[in-house]
Design a protein around this ligand. Structure first.
Ligand SMILES: [Zn+2]
Length: 210
């Protein structure tokens, strides 16, 4: 049997709040709010994979989004634009100069990349992301059998990535891991690009809203 006791802390907080209006707050080492945000963001980016985790366990769900992602989560609608003519200011600029993705695709990719790092101790290798219409036209001219008809590629919607680092091979551990883990985050090697699809491209992955 427990007895609820009065909570003296709550009264102390009220008193402290009242005092705060009358005089500058006493110095409290380590709790300066102005320095919190960049410090926390830097920690989130530099945090290393946690070796204590066994396969499949979630160990870092509490990790906050990095600055590059937090800055691009505007809610725009793709219907407002044409394929390959998305304004750069509306897209997420992926770190390390990888390229650009539509905000929802970028958020899911960041989570997928984080889990990939925990498994393989390196980031997902990316060769290509958003392609403007002129880039699609140039690629079509250079590789007519490989590139999509300009204006129809999901790269033009900033929802596709071409991946490397082993992922471009169906039988690699990296590719197999992605096929098992990416779909739950909305990313997939689409059926047409799979081994027995109409145009096998193991490196090509697309994001679809869940
Ligand atoms: Zn592609």
């Amino acid at each position: 049997m427990t007895v609820e006791l009065p909570i003296p802390e709550s009264q102390a907080q009220v008193n402290a709040g009242a005092n705060a209006n009358l005089e500058p707050p006493a110095s409290t080492p380590g709790s300066e709010p102005a320095k919190r945000q960049p410090t926390a963001a830097a920690a989130a980016i530099s945090r290393r994979p946690q070796p204590a985790s066994r396969s499949g366990s979630r160990t870092s769900d509490e990790e906050s989004a990095p600055d590059w992602l937090a800055e691009c989560t505007s809610n725009w609608e793709t219907q407002s634009y044409a394929n390959g003519q998305l304004p750069a200011a509306e897209l997420c600029q992926l770190p390390d100069g990888i390229g650009q993705l539509e905000p929802a695709a970028a958020a899911a990719w960041w989570e997928l990349d984080r889990r990939f790092r925990e498994r393989f101790d390196e980031p997902v290798c990316v060769t290509d992301s958003y392609r403007s219409l002129s880039q699609q036209q140039a690629l079509r001219a250079a590789k007519p059998g490989l590139a999509a008809v300009p204006g129809t590629s999901n790269h033009g919607w900033a929802t596709a990535l071409d991946l490397c680092g082993g992922i471009e091979s169906f039988d690699s551990a990296e590719h197999i891991w992605l096929t098992q883990n990416a779909p739950r985050l909305g990313w997939a090697n689409p059926s047409w690009a799979q081994r027995y699809g109409s145009k096998p491209e193991p490196w090509h992955w697309e994001f679809a809203q869940q």
